[in-house]
Design a protein around this ligand. Sequence first.
Ligand code: CU
Length: 379
Amino acid sequence: MKLIGWAIALAAATMTPAAAMAQAQQPAAAAAQPQASEAGNPAGQTAADAAAEAPKPAAALPPVGSVGRALPDPNYGMPVASGKGLQHQVTGIGEEAASFHNNWLLLLCVAISIFVLALLVWTIVRYRRGANPTPSRNSHNTTIEVIWTLVPVLILVAIAIPSIRLLRHQYTPPPADLTVKVIGNQWYWTYQYPENGDIEIVSNMLKEQKDVKPGERFRTDADGPPLLAADERLVIPAGKVVKFIVTSNDVIHAFWIPAFWNKIDANPGRLNETWVKVDRPGVYFGQCTELCGARHAFMPIAVEVVPEAQFAAWVASKGGTMPGARGPAAPDSIAISPNTPSAVPPPAAAPQGATAPQGNAPPPVPAPNNPDVANRANQ
Ligand SMILES: [Cu+2]
């Protein structure tokens, strides 16, 4: 017995959170080593390094409100404190699905629950021993048996028809105007734009001020809520069909933006496909929704939907081109500074979110929900 007791104590000690974390990090860090170059990490870092050193100096940032840093709207694309129900849906599929959920499934669930509860209460009261001392000995009633078989079948058919219609709409996408390859990594996202000069965006979560070294970029409310704000956003044009080809460089992740409704796994060695068409410009947040390792909770997805002209300017600012364009846009039409490691940082470090004009930088593209930034300087 003593031996068994020692064995249990030893097993419990190895299962403490600290021990579990250490075990989880070792293979994850080892797995991340060869993937850094494949992921296109611009700094040539390992995945672990990228996660640890992701925040960029505040000085390299475009101003708050410009494309890539548009101000989020708390009513759209993010969770709210004490919020109930689904987020406002901004895609046609999302509206259809939310309507199906709110106006049909929920009502049906409530009606069935009330009916069953009422039947139960009535049976308990009406047929209790005091009110019904001699119970019925009936064991079959054909009419009732037909009803309790047919009614559930009809309910399931009534759920299946709109459900299958929704699936059909979801899986028959219109022709895509833009394709973005979304790659999950432990623990950040990479977005590639193969039709726009193969530009690549590496997106890491923005840490809180207390968690970064002096001079490093940290999250502000202009970036988004804690754990959801990312240093680089996935920028897509409004009103266009955007096809996402989703895959992973290491383990299974999942790409999910609640306001778009879509959720799809990012599997290594496999290309999954989903699509969105968002008419409303704005910022929408999502998260990885597949347990993918120790920092699973820290790989948010921040999507910024902008008018097409601003999208073209953003693509140009990242060194890309629009399909059919003759080449990169002229420098004076670039709206925001390249926020890539190759970009030359401005001469002086600006405070977080600084908007004071510096140098001869071109004016930024105004964000849809912050038009006054058109008057601000670039850096
Ligand atoms: Cu993940």
